[in-house]
Design a binder for this molecule. Structure first.
Ligand code: GDP
Length: 220
């Protein structure tokens, strides 16, 4: 994917502050420090566009980036960072849920997990929510450079069993350091982004949905 332009547009906490829903949107979600900013920067070939920091939980708003003037990347606030005050933490779920539930141009949610860590309760809740509302999503297992090929294979099997996902949900090993998975992830993004509204509805109906509904509840 050739990146001609990639620009920060705005940060928003509520729908009235979102930019007009003009482009297909790809949202990125994950717990704080999972490597979300690094992944967005790697996809866009930009070093400092999405903030990368060692201060987890810094990004507490929904950030919109315009890509090639034809696509929005949405950096959702990271969740699950213990040092963030309870009041702010409590706002995150409704903020994320409002965006995911109401944005008609949203085409794909990229849920990022650290390949070395088991999914958190919030990760599971988010997956349950996406399944419940039949949102197309995929899983990225990031920081893959930190594991050997054997370990990576073992972790994939564990995630497969643990998350109980349908085989239609892609699971992509990714590394912002080595570039592993970048082309594959772009392929999925492009596939999702070209869908027009009619096709999108069929796609939702066909379902990136899981047979296992035990996570089918609201984020809390
Ligand atoms: P965010 O809080 O989810 O946006 O996470 P960041 O992108 O700021 O990354 C958190 C930490 O993980 C930083 O120290 C990054 O350098 C590191 N990191 C992110 N992605 C990778 C990766 O693919 N490989 C390795 N080895 N480190 C990574």
């Amino acid at each position: 994917m050739k990146i001609q332009s990639a620009e920060f547009v705005l940060s928003a906490r509520e729908p009235s502050h979102y930019p007009p829903a003009t482009f297909p949107e790809i949202a990125f979600a994950g717990r704080s420090n999972v490597g979300k900013s690094s992944l967005v920067n790697a996809l866009l070939n930009r070093k400092g566009l999405a903030r990368t920091s060692n201060t987890p939980g810094r990004t507490q708003e929904i950030n919109f980036f315009s890509v090639n003037n034809s696509l929005y990347f949405i950096d959702l606030p990271g969740y699950g960072y213990a040092k963030v005050p309870e009041k702010i933490r409590k706002n995150w779920a409704p903020m994320i849920e409002t965006y995911l539930g109401g944005r008609r141009t949203l085409r794909l949610v990229v849920l990022i997990l650290d390949v070395r860590r088991d999914p958190s309760e919030e990760d599971r809740q988010l997956i349950g929510w996406l399944q419940h509302y039949r949102h197309p999503f995929l899983i990225v297992l990031t920081k893959s450079d930190k594991l050997s090929r054997n370990e990576l294979g073992r972790r994939r099997i564990i995630f497969d069993g643990d998350l109980c996902l349908s085989s239609a949900v892609p699971m992509i090993a990714f590394s912002a350091k080595t570039g592993e998975g970048r082309d594959l992830l772009w392929r999925e993004i492009r596939k999702a982004a070209i869908l027009d509204n009619g096709e999108y509805l069929c796609y939702k109906a066909r379902g990136y949905v899981n047979a296992c509904s035990r996570y089918g509840r609201r984020l809390s």
